[in-house]
Design a binder for this molecule. Structure first.
Ligand code: S3P
Length: 447
């Protein structure tokens, strides 16, 4: 895996023609991580299709191998995992290096908490800056011990619990990663693990646990949910068909909406309602964004997303919607920059602890394109240009794949194009982004 030591600048020219045709984006990152992890904990062989082969997920695959599971690539997106059974993971011989991936790091902390083994975990400079206490504090109640740097940051030394206790935890932040870490630890503990979230977050862990045979009860409570998992189930291997990632489809959907005359079909996109806040918001902005061929695959709703060039207007996005579109604000900000009128996105504190300070990074990206915007408390306010923004600037990637891809979409939609200082991080979640965009928007659009 590249160490990203050498930056690799990339540019987007203003789109020379509308985006047309049919494309498919790579597999969902959240579901891909979980398929490998639950496969490693199941008894039997899990066959995965459509796995995202981005660097983040490959880190999870490598970690599962180091923990004793058999993980084999059979072909493009086709993987086989021979699991060890709950409690069956073994001590890794080497440091678990989770690269740029917060999801891998936090979920694996949960998985390790319930195993009586010692492990050391690290990551790249971005991940080593990110808060880990949000998982290590609740997980310590299982009996696991975590020793990290100041602020609980990576590298971490982890000693899993010999007799893990079940957790009963109210999430202080809306985070599917924290919820999932608690549930993974709960698999190894006797009795019921209970997690309460005040706002519903993506439920791929709950869905996949059920798919592998665990008993998970979910009850609505206000805007949130109470999730209960019966501990020490026998997880039985089950096939997983990973749908296309809606967070990756977002870049193509927004690009097609912003380039007049476009009509782009993005096939087989995951449409879990806890992930589709961006699509709802874009429709509120006046986007022609429709779903064809809706169906359910592997317990998750999927469909073909059709995006057509649309004149957008500004929008106000309430804080409650943030969990269902938390990764999509940078590209939504690009849409808002091209819309008519002001947009305000409320309650974005969590963006400050993503792969970068994404709130600051998004604002700087817009400013580099000559778009007026402001961070007001935890809100982002964008003054739309009512058409093409000037462009002509350079986006600082900040080791953040989503800022890089958003900057390139901004370039396509702008008058003078945009540069991105390091496109290499795109490979963490979206290998093949550039060639797919050049196929949809015309050769040489990005390079
Ligand atoms: C993810 C949850 C989100 C999201 C991340 C993937 C997951 O993080 O930003 O890209 O797979 O559970 P939080 O749950 O911490 O908000």
């Amino acid at each position: 895996m590249p160490d990203h030591a050498v930056p690799s600048p990339v540019s987007a020219r203003p789109a020379a023609r509308p985006l047309t045709g049919r494309i498919a984006v790579p597999g969902d990152k959240s579901i891909s991580h979980r398929a490998l992890m639950f496969g490693a904990l199941a008894v039997g062989e899990t066959a995965i299709t459509g796995l995202l082969e981005g660097e983040d997920v490959l880190r999870t695959a490598a970690a599962m191998r180091l923990l004793g599971a058999e993980v084999e690539r059979l072909g493009e997106g086709r993987w086989r995992v021979a699991g060890r059974g709950i409690g069956g993971l073994t001590e890794p011989e080497d440091v678990l290096d989770m690269g740029n991936s917060g999801t891998a790091a936090r979920l694996i902390c949960g998985l390790l908490a319930g195993h009586p083994i010692f492990a050391v975990m690290t990551g790249d400079a971005s991940l080593r800056r990110r808060p880990m206490k949000r998982v290590t504090e609740p997980l310590a109640a299982t009996g696991a011990v975590f020793r990290g740097r100041e602020g609980g940051r990576l590298p971490l030394a982890i000693e899993g619990a010999r007799d893990p206790l079940p957790l009963d935890y109210v999430l202080p932040v809306a985070s599917a990663q924290v919820k999932s870490a608690c549930l993974l630890a709960g698999l190894c503990a006797p009795g019921t693990t209970r997690v309460v979230e005040r706002e519903a977050t993506r439920d791929h862990s709950e869905n996949m646990l059920r798919h592998f045979g665990a008993t998970v009860r979910v009850a609505a409570e206000g805007a949130g949910r109470v999730i209960e998992l019966d501990g020490q189930p026998e997880l039985v291997a089950a096939p997983v068909a990973v749908p296309g990632d809606p967070s990756s489809a977002a870049f193509f959907a927004v690009a097609a909406l912003l380039v007049p005359g476009s009509r782009l079909v993005i096939e087989n996109v995951g449409l879990n309602p806890l992930r589709t806040g961006l699509f709802d918001t874009l429709r509120e902005m006046g986007a022609t964004l429709t779903i064809e061929n809706p169906r359910t695959e592997g317990g998750e709703p999927v469909g073909d997303l059709v995006a057509e060039g649309s004149a957008l207007r500004g929008v106000e996005v309430p804080a409650e919607r943030a969990p269902s579109m938390i990764d999509e604000y940078p590209v939504l900000a690009v849409a808002a920059a091209c819309a008519r009128g002001q947009s305000r996105f409320r309650g974005l504190a969590e963006l400050r602890v993503k792969e970068s300070d994404r709130l600051l990074g998004t604002a700087e990206m817009l400013e580099a394109a000559g778009v007026r915007c402001a961070v007001e408390g935890d809100d982002l306010v964008v003054e739309g240009c009512g058409g093409q923004p000037p462009g002509g600037g350079t986006v600082r990637t900040r080791m953040d794949h989503r800022l890089a891809m958003s900057g390139l979409v901004l370039g396509l939609a702008s008058r003078d194009g945009m540069r991105v200082d390091d496109g290499a991080f795109i490979a963490t979640s979206f290998p093949g982004f550039t060639s797919l965009m050049n196929g949809a928007a015309g050769a040489g659009s990005i390079g």
